[in-house]
Design a binder for this molecule. Structure first.
Ligand SMILES: C[S@@+](CC[C@H](N)C(=O)[O-])C[C@H]1O[C@@H](n2cnc3c(N)ncnc32)[C@H](O)[C@@H]1O
Length: 254
């Protein structure tokens, strides 16, 4: 694991209890397995098709809402995350809900613990790419673990939303769209903006880098879409009107 991912792993382990508390207040994790539409957009569900009795892997599973929704839809699901603490919270929740999930602690750029051609669907995104220093290695591994004909479905926070200064008054560019990083942040606590000793590294990939990383690693592009234009509650800059989500679906050659 490289130094960026090691720092990010530490950051996510520290942040896990705070995220758990936030999600407990929202409560979505309790209903995700019964109401997949609270987790996935209609277009994502259409692209996935029926997942009953299918082998599905979620990479960078985080809050595991996608995992719980997929289990509820009848899939056999493997949940992969770099953070043992994020996985610990998810494991407690799935036990409480009575959901069977296979949890694997791993870096998405090295899935050597998972067999090749083992999954029908790999789902990933919702702010995973931003933590990963090598997009090509990430998607290469995702495609390796897919069966021939299997689908890689990526649903990422749109890169156009990442370049702005944290100010509510007006949009002002804070980063070049083309500056991949690493962007180093040192915060007091994982989730606050004060300066301190928690180090984390973000990587800002462009739309074409996301797309090309999928195509170059051997998947045939099935769908590319940009969805939504609302402001999200946690965002500082006034981003309404910009695309929210980038959808890329690639199929491994049969
Ligand atoms: C913002 S969450 C995204 C997942 C989910 N959409 C969510 O909202 O919880 C980011 C997750 O990616 C994980 N992560 C970050 N870098 C990773 C890496 N290199 N390999 C595997 N997981 C990683 C973090 O531990 C965290 O749980």
């Amino acid at each position: 694991m490289n130094e960026y991912h090691a720092a990010n792993k530490k950051r996510w382990n520290l942040a896990a209890p705070q995220y758990a508390e936030k999600h407990d207040k929202k409560g979505t994790w309790r209903i995700a397995h019964r109401q997949p539409q609270v987790v996935f957009r209609e277009q994502e569900l259409e692209l996935m098709g029926p997942v009953r009795k299918r082998d599905v892997c979620v990479l960078g599973s985080g809050d595991n809402l996608a995992v719980f929704a997929l289990v509820g839809m009848g899939a056999r699901v493997t949940s992969v995350d770099i953070s043992s603490q994020q996985l610990k919270v998810a494991r407690q929740r799935s036990t409480e809900l009575g959901l069977a999930v296979h949890y694997v602690e791993a870096d998405v750029t090295d899935l050597s613990g998972l067999a090749s051609a083992a999954f029908d669907l790999v789902y990933t995104g919702g702010h995973v790419g931003v933590w990963v220093s090598d997009l090509r290695a990430y998607y290469r591994e995702a495609i390796r673990i897919l069966r021939p004909g299997g689908l890689l479905l990526i649903s990422e926070y749109h890169p156009f939303r990442r370049i702005w200064k944290d100010q509510a008054t007006a949009l002002e560019v804070g980063y070049s769209y083309f500056d991949n990083g690493p962007h180093e942040y040192n915060t007091g606590e994982p989730l606050d903006r004060s300066s301190g000793g928690v180090v984390q590294y973000e990587f800002h990939w462009t739309v074409s880098q996301y797309l090309n990383a999928v195509i170059e690693q051997g998947a045939e592009l099935v769908k590319f879409a940009e969805l939504g234009d609302a402001a999200e509650g946690w965002e500082y800059a006034p981003l309404a009107g910009l695309p929210q989500v980038l959808i890329i679906a690639g199929r491994k050659s049969p």
